[in-house]
Design a protein around this ligand. Structure first.
Ligand code: NAD
Ligand SMILES: N[C@@H](CC=O)C(=O)O
Length: 487
């Protein structure tokens, strides 16, 4: 891996401003999912080292929260600028460890950096309120205070932006942070630590620990000094962290799985809708919580839509992310086997397999596939495929499609395509999802409250709500105050 700035490639954990290996010398290989080559290693820290990290973050908290918010914002803005300055290296690191095409990796660096800048500004407006008093001669109000040391578990599909969306908010609010990146993609996180240090973020404020996920989560979830746990990943692991954290009653933000419906009404041009559906499905090889998993298309345009979808899907180039491809590898062989399982299950229950031809360019690649005529009995309908496998079925009216789309335990994001304003309103209100995007594939960004309902998660990331996840509201009552009136 040839970086312009080789110091961005770090293989040790970053604790209290120091680069640290595991105290027992244990480490794990990090593999390029496109080629299977070993890129390097990451340290497997021992439980005692995780506890020491909490101590460092706890010690740093008093000073960090006390810094004037404008000064904190200055440091965060310096970090933001460094991400842009090193965009090419960060994108390259990401493509090597995650596999996504370089153009998408560059997009993620921009996306990730935008959270840091946005929260640096938003923290200046973390206002409390004054409350007209019901108590004679009292002054009532609220102030916002940082919750304390915050631990973050982040996924391999967006190795940089899922860190900055959490850490940008937490640091801006005055919290200190411990990030545990996915073992598949530690290098983006460690490069962020290197840049945080260069930006002047003090030792102990931003820490990156690597290690066995179960060991790290056991320590962090049970430590009383950790006041907030934020996780992005599978619903299965989210539930595990909730259980582990219950002993110490922590704040929790969970961004879990999605099973996004993509609804196309009969007033749409099938080609336009199909092109958008392909864009909403195949980014990051379908390993995206926002990926359009189930396509619901009005029966009148169903066949035409499928025909155009296949044309756009088959135009996508599958290959190594370093070689101008559109679809890179899946994260590991297990994910390829999962994708095959969805196809086999659907076909065995009557779905038509469309696409998927051609020889994959490597063991971890999967050719984009559409399963037509899917039913709620199939796994592709019920589960998030997290792969380039999509399912499509026809619907006849709006009530039916709302029922079908809501027939899932998930509720993260939904897409609606129609120009009929009455249908837009009906579908938008009827869909049990945290986010509904109408006639647009792009819906995310720093200012929006990203998050789900049902088993897709708790809390919001991004926007003012994202900052609030890291702030406690303190109510004050100043009694017996000299007052011009009783309020
Ligand atoms: N929402 C997302 O952005 C997102 C991201 C990654 C994976 N996923 C989900 O994961 C599934 C497939 O990925 P997978 O096989 O790697 O899933 P997984 O559930 O085994 O792992 C998901 C992530 O959780 C972490 N993890 C596992 N055990 C943990 C623990 N005890 N404590 C803390 N973190 C732990 C892993 O390091 C990994 O990064 C997909 O179907 C998808 O639903 C979702
Ligand atoms: N694509 C999502 C991340 C989920 O996997 C986002 O934009 O935040």
């Amino acid at each position: 891996m040839k970086l312009n700035d080789p110091r961005l490639f770090r293989q040790y954990a970053y604790i209290d401003g120091k680069w640290t290996h595991g105290s027992e010398g244990r480490e794990e290989a990090v593999v390029d999912p496109a080629t299977g080559e070993i890129l390097g290693h990451c340290a497997l820290l021992e439980a005692a080292q995780i506890t020491e990290t909490v101590t460092a973050a706890e010690n740093a908290f008093a000073d960090w929260r006390a810094i004037n918010v404008h000064e904190r914002a200055e440091k965060l803005n310096a970090w933001y600028r460094l991400l842009h300055e090193h965009k090419e290296d960060l994108a390259l690191l990401m493509t090597y460890e995650q596999g996504k095409p370089l153009k998408d990796a560059r997009g993620e660096v921009d996306y990730g950096a935008s959270f840091i800048q946005w929260f640096a500004e938003e923290a200046k407006r973390a206002y409390g309120v004054t409350i007209p008093s019901h108590i004679p001669n009292a002054a009532l109000g609220t102030i916002k205070e940082p919750v304390g040391v915050s631990a973050m578990f982040t996924p391999w599909n967006f190795p940089l932006a899922m860190i900055t969306r959490k850490a940008g908010a937490a640091l801006a609010a005055g919290c200190t942070v411990i990030v545990k990146p996915a073992n598949e993609t530690p290098y983006s996180a460690l490069a962020l630590a290197e840049l945080a240090e260069r930006a002047g973020i003090p030792a102990g404020v931003f820490n990156v620990v690597t290690g066995d996920p179960a060991t790290v989560s056991e320590v962090l979830c049970n430590d009383n000094r950790i006041r907030n746990i934020s996780f992005t990943g599978s619903t299965r692991v989210g539930k595990l962290l909730m259980r582990q954290s219950s002993s110490s009653v922590k704040r929790m933000s969970l961004e879990l799985g999605g099973n996004a419906p993509f609804i196309v009404c009969d007033d749409m041009d099938p080609d336009v809708a199909a092109k958008e559906a392909v864009a909403a499905k195949f980014q990051t090889a379908g390993q995206d919580c926002l990926a359009a998993n189930r396509l619901f298309v009005h029966r009148k345009i169903y066949d035409a839509f499928i025909e155009r979808f296949l044309v756009h899907m088959q135009a996508l180039k599958v290959g190594n992310g370093l070689e101008e491809s559109d679809i890179g590898p899946l994260i590991h062989k297990r994910a390829v086997d999962m994708a095959k399982g969805f196809v086999e299950d659907g076909v065995s229950k009557g779905a038509r397999q469309l696409g998927g031809e051609g020889k994959p360019p490597g063991e971890n690649f999967f050719m984009p596939t559409l399963l037509a005529d899917i039913t709620p009995q199939m796994r592709v309908f019920r589960e998030e495929t997290f792969s380039p496998v999509a399912g499509v079925c026809a619907f006849d009216d709006d009530d039916e499609v709302i029922r079908l789309a809501n027939d899932t335990e998930y509720g993260l994001a939904a897409y609606v395509y129609t120009h009929d304003v009455r249908r837009i309103w009906k579908l938008m209100r009827g869909l049990e999802y945290g986010m509904v995007s109408v006639n647009s594939v792009k819906m995310t960004g720093a200012p929006i409250p990203f998050g789900g309902v049902k088993q897709s998660g708790l809390g919001r990331e991004g926007g003012a709500a994202g900052l609030d996840e890291y702030l406690d509201t303190k109510y004050y009552c100043l009694g017996n105050m000299p007052s011009a009136s009783s309020s």
